[in-house]
Every structure is written in C-alpha cells, then in structure tokens.
Design a protein around this ligand. Structure first.
Ligand code: TRP
Ligand code: SF4
Length: 401
C-alpha cells in the first residue's frame, strides 16, 4: 500500500541492554519491523535532559545499545536505525512547537514532578527537562507516525503529542479556500464512497464517534488516484475544517515484560538484578543457579509452590507446556530439586543468548559496519524529516523568499 502507516520509537542510550529490555521492548520491535515501515532511534538528547553532567559515557552507551538492537534481530534492511542528535531537524521542530505549547501542558505531565522527586540528587528544574515531552512529540510528529510502541509509563507522552499535533493543525492548518477544495476532493471519491465519507464525517463531528474517524481514514487510504494534497484535505475535513499538517499518533502498548530479575523484582540495571543480553554464559549460569526460589522449600524434601517462585516466572517466558507441567508437578510433590528445575531455564536463556552473540559478532569485529548502518539510517530519516520541516516552516510563515 502506498500510505502504509509508520511506526516510530526511541530509547534513551542506557548502554548494554538486558533480557528485560529484550522481552519488554525489542522483541516487539523485531515483530513490527516486518509489518510496518519502522524508524527506531537513540534518544541521546533525551539522555542529556536528565544526565547533562555525565557526557563522557554517551558515545559508548549509544553504540553498545545499537549492537544489542541488532543482536536482538532488528534488521537494518527493514527498519531505519538512527541517532536523534544526527537528525538536527528534531531540534528545529522542538523549537517551533515550543512557540505554541502552553507551559501548563508540560507542567502537568506526570513524569515531570515524579522524576524530579525520584532523581532528587540532581537539579531537574531546567528548561530542557520541562521540554522532555515536547522533544518526544517532535520525534514522533516529524515522521507523521501512526503508531508508537511504548510501555505504560510513556502513554502520557504520546497523549500530549496528540494534543500538540491537534493544536498545531488548528493554528496553522488554515488553507485559503480549504472547505471548497475539500468538497471538490470528496467528489473525486466517487458517489458511493463520497456518500459514506459524508456519513462518517457527520457521525464523528456530531456524535464524536471515534470509530467513524478510523473508518473514514481507511476509506481515504483505500481510494486511488487522489493527489497527496487532496488526500490530506480529506483527512483534515473528516475531523474538522483544517488541513492536517502533523498527524496524531496512537500508542501501541507494549505489554510489560514478565521477566523478573534474579531477585524476583522487576529486572532493572539500577537494582543490580539483571542479566545482560550478551552476558558471559558462565556468569549467567551462576546467576540463575543462585536465584532465590520458593522460601518454603528449605529442604529438598519440602514441597514448593511455583506461584511463589521467581524461577517459575522464567519458565513462563522460556519453557514449553511439557516443561511447565513437569515443573508444576515436580515442585508441588517435591519430586524435583530446585537446581534441577532451573536447568531448562539456564539452557533456554543460553540458547537465546547464543543467537544474540552470533548476530553481534560481526559488529564487534568491525565497528565500521555499525557506523555505516547508522549513518545510512540517519540519511533516510533526514529525508523524511526534511519533507516535514518544509511543510512546517511553510505554514508557520517561514517559507518566505
Ligand atoms: N521517553 C522515551 C523513554 O524514556 C524515549 C523516547 C524519546 C521515545 N523519544 C521517543 C519513545 C519517541 C517513543 C517515541 O522510553
Ligand atoms: Fe521454584 Fe522450581 Fe524450586 Fe519449585 S522447584 S521452588 S518452581 S525452582
């Protein structure tokens, strides 16, 4: 299809990733890359909004993380991989959006106060930190993304992105003679489709029926021989009486990873309970062997309860039905020991990591391969970004000669 919906997502450069990142986010990206045109980027400027005083490690963190993306199976032939700061259009869009973003919107984003309290060891009463969600909005709107795969914690950021897009279109989407042109474009749909379009438009505008908008969009997507301009007018006319310059993205909610850390808490680098995606096998074995199990199983002969055991959560991610059945029965009857129970998990994790090591090796042997992939991704991202910026500058009165 010509107008396939784009997917955009980013990660702050935290360095080498762990299995929680893989099962929480990357696995999902890998699936998406063959379903949509995807852009995945390193949000290095976002790292600076909170860690502006630790600049020496950004570079290493960026490259270690991108190696892990590739190790996970992100395919640079399918997805565009780039670095935010190497597409400086993001900064320009951030600046231009800042002109019309009400301060209160940013102050009300839940992460603003939360993070200031959580990271109380640093001074986050900065201009840059307040602008964190706006920079994220620029990242997304730049590519006119339809979908943004993120976790629960990022939902407010995508919501404010939608509000910013809506406000932008309202302020700057005034095209002289828009309504007239839009009505002409409706006729070009052909009488049957035109009638349906009008019905959907009325249903949305009079009853606020969101499903009518998505049906309407589908109808426009499917219509052939429409010019780009008419297509945009029809999108805009469907929802109001303005041209849509920046389109509103939707969250593609990533289910939280069920993978616990080696202490049973959520896996996180800062808790010191993580297993790296490309960790050394000996260290992985040791970590899993020493993992706590059901505290009620003091002796080998004490029966246990998988529901109270973090190892069971690993089985839920890594084991097939037969193995899980073996765990359930063996644990509750004290038929198996905990070390025995852990072995299939160890084997499965090492097998998964073997593939990560293999995919990463060429980039470790020759880092220029990695640099080239990213340089190429930056070029491809910039092409799209430049198109968007041309439109944005134009409607904001900056296209003058
Ligand atoms: N804020 C996101 C996070 O912390 C990272 C991010 C920056 C992002 N820009 C984005 C995610 C754009 C999705 C789209 O995880
Ligand atoms: Fe946990 Fe397995 Fe031991 Fe049961 S047998 S307590 S599930 S490690």
């Amino acid at each position: 299809m010509m107008f396939t919906e784009r997917v955009v997502s980013g990660m702050r450069p935290t360095g080498a990733l762990h299995l929680g990142h893989y099962h929480g986010a990357l696995k999902n990206w890998v699936r998406l890359q063959s379903e949509y045109p995807c852009l995945f980027f390193v949000a290095d400027w976002h790292a600076l909004t909170t860690h502006y005083d630790s600049t020496d490690i950004i570079g290493k963190n960026v490259w270690d993380m991108v190696v892990d993306w590739l190790a996970a199976g992100i395919d640079p032939q399918q997805a565009v991989l780039f670095i935010q700061s190497r597409v400086p259009e993001h900064a320009e869009l951030h600046l231009l959006l800042s002109m019309c973003t009400p301060l209160g919107w940013l102050e009300r984003v839940p992460t603003y106060k939360d993070q200031q309290e959580k990271l109380s060891d640093r001074d986050l009463s900065t201009y840059g930190f307040l602008g964190y969600p706006l920079l994220q909005a620029a990242d997304i709107l730049m590519y006119r993304a339809a979908w943004v795969p993120v976790g629960e914690d990022q939902v407010p950021h995508v919501e404010i992105t939608r509000e910013i897009a809506r406000r932008f279109n309202h302020l700057f989407g005034r095209e002289p003679g828009f309504e007239e042109k839009a009505r002409e474009a409706v006729k070009k749909l052909g009488s049957k489709r035109a009638k349906l379009y009008q019905e959907l438009r009325t249903r949305y505008q009079e009853q606020g029926d969101e499903s009518a908008v998505s049906q309407g969009r589908e109808l426009i997507e499917m219509a052939q021989n429409l010019s780009m301009g008419d297509r945009e007018r029809l999108f805009g006319y469907l929802e109001g009486s303005r041209k849509i310059i920046l389109s509103e993205p939707q969250v593609l909610l990533t289910e939280a990873s069920r993978l616990p850390g080696i202490d049973g808490q959520k896996m996180s680098k800062s808790y010191g309970n993580s297993i790296g995606m490309r960790e050394d096998p000996e260290s992985v074995r040791k970590k899993i062997r020493t993992m706590p199990t059901d505290p009620a199983r003091v002796r080998r002969t004490d029966p246990g309860e998988p529901e109270r055991c973090p190892v069971w959560q690993l089985h839920q991610v890594y084991s097939d039905d037969a193995t899980r059945e073996w765990v359930q029965t063996g644990c509750r009857s004290a038929g198996i020991g905990c070390l025995e129970c852990k072995q299939p998990v160890i084997d499965a994790v090492l097998k998964e990591q073997q593939a990560f090591h293999e995919r990463a090796q060429p980039y470790l042997d020759d880092p220029s391969l990695l640099r080239n992939i990213v340089a190429d991704g930056c070029d491809r991202a910039r092409k799209i970004a430049q198109e968007t910026m041309r439109d944005v500058r134009e409607v904001m009165g900056l296209g003058y000669t």
